[in-house]
Design a protein around this ligand. Structure first.
Ligand code: ACO
Length: 401
């Protein structure tokens, strides 16, 4: 058995592992994944079962507290969240200060950080009760910020939601309710949204989650750590991939749908183009989330009666990649983001909001990981380096340079 205590206090040997491809940063009991076998489980429950049988709020509870809630626990959790759903009016001024063209991920990260100023007590997570309070506050207010970010983008007046609705249903309302019209429930859209959020809810020590744990390891508050996680998620090699996929599919479609041409570009080492939505750091056979989401995309598009020409492009790329030795040898398969954008688009979500939707789904995972890190009393994250710069040099005066 590994002596974790000894490892924690070990000094001396430094390993160099850029990108942490083979280095564990923590012990965690939240998410299990086996990249070779394509297995993903939250707290021991298979993602396939959770996506089919649970709703997003139950999954959030499971990830954060370790057990599926019973009816009473779920009811209390939801009502505690509802009691915290008000976002300070002053926050709207901050939102108004952004130009309409601002990237929604920058807006969301800033607003999440700004929440701290209006909820200063949330920084204190020293007791289990204080931690719980910070958690329900964030689960309550974050969807409001997401909805505001979307409505600003779409030029719609802000909406506060309706506490009589379910958690995801209310998110859907806050995002899409048309001004001066009753909100009409769209069960197909809500179910699809719920599933997408569940599939994105946690994925062990990925870039944004590691960021949340790293920032939190300095004992920065939950909201500050999650704001940093949002920035990490923004990049096109991580959460930003879902936007990049849609941009790519649209570009291929506009260019006549010649998928072979783009396959060739992706394989050309002198061309920086990569097939977005293909490949994964950990899944080297298939991404189990991609399987679920592909089926969901087909169902949603047919239920909503959407005929999207980019779906043909997506299917063409997938078909060709599965038979292409370059992709097969490197074990490059469609990942979750290859299909999620197609569903978001069918739901009427603008492309540059896709990564925000990913953040909304990932929120419970980030919270669970932050809580676990703090409860475990993990030390401050501080990687070492192998210095390869200049040796000692005598200083040269400005006049002599
Ligand atoms: N298109 C073409 N070639 C690729 C692709 C791709 N999408 N992905 C990897 N490769 C190639 C690399 O060029 C490399 O080839 P080489 O061995 O000949 O040099 C080989 O496959 C291995 O790739 P790495 O970049 O070393 O793999 P890594 O594990 O570091 O990267 C990553 C994984 C970032 C996901 C990568 O596959 C990629 O850039 N994919 C496209 C972006 C994307 O979809 N990101 C979303 C990830 S999922 C998520 O965040 C939810």
């Amino acid at each position: 058995a590994i002596d974790i205590k000894a490892l924690r206090s070990a000094t001396g040997l430094i390993t160099l592992d850029p990108g942490f491809k083979n280095t564990g940063s923590c012990e965690s009991a939240i998410t299990f994944l086996d990249g070779e076998k394509g297995i993903l489980r939250y707290r021991g429950y298979a993602i396939e079962e959770l996506a089919e049988k649970a709703d997003f709020l139950e999954v959030a509870y499971l990830l954060i507290f370790g057990e599926l809630p019973n009816a009473q626990q779920l009811e209390k959790f939801h009502s505690d969240i509802k009691a915290e759903s008000h976002v300070d009016e002053e926050m709207k001024k901050i939102l108004d200060g952004f130009p309409k063209s601002a990237h929604p991920m920058g807006v969301l990260s800033s607003l999440t950080s700004a929440l701290i100023a209006f909820n200063p007590s949330s920084v204190n997570v020293s007791s289990e009760q204080a931690m719980y309070h910070a958690i329900v506050r964030l689960l309550a207010k974050f969807p409001v910020l997401v909805a505001w970010t979307l409505r600003k983008k779409m030029g719609l007046p802000l909406d506060y939601g309706d506490d009589s609705l379910g958690y995801v249903e209310n998110i859907h309302k806050m995002m899409f309710k048309k001004p001066n019209r009753e909100y009409t429930k769209n069960p197909v859209a809500i179910e699809a949204l719920d599933k997408l959020l569940i599939l994105h809810a946690d994925h062990e020590q990925n870039c944004s989650t590691s960021t949340v744990r790293m920032v939190g390891s300095s004992h920065a508050g939950l909201f500050a750590s999650i704001s940093a996680g949002i920035s990490a998620l923004w990049g096109p090699l991580h959460g930003g991939a879902n936007m990049a996929v849609l941009d790519m599919l649209e570009a291929i479609s506009a260019d006549g749908g010649d998928t072979k041409k783009y396959m060739a570009k992706a394989k050309d080492k002198d061309d920086p183009f990569r097939l977005m939505g293909f490949g994964h750091r950990v899944y080297k056979n298939f991404d189990p989330r991609a399987k679920i989401i592909k089926k969901a995309a087909d169902e949603v598009l047919s239920s909503l009666g959407v005929e999207d020409p980019i779906l043909e492009v997506a299917r063409g790329l997938e078909r060709e990649a599965l038979e292409d030795p370059y992709f097969v040898e490197r074990k490059l398969y469609p990942n979750v983001d290859f299909y999620s954008g197609i569903i978001y688009r069918a739901l009427g979500i603008p492309v540059d909001m896709f990564t925000v939707m990913f953040a909304l789904g990932r929120l419970p995972g980030w919270i669970a990981q932050y809580r676990e890190m703090r409860l475990n009393g993990e030390p401050i994250g501080r990687p070492r380096q192998v210095y390869v710069g200049a040796n000692h040099r005598p200083f040269k005066a400005l006049s002599a340079r």
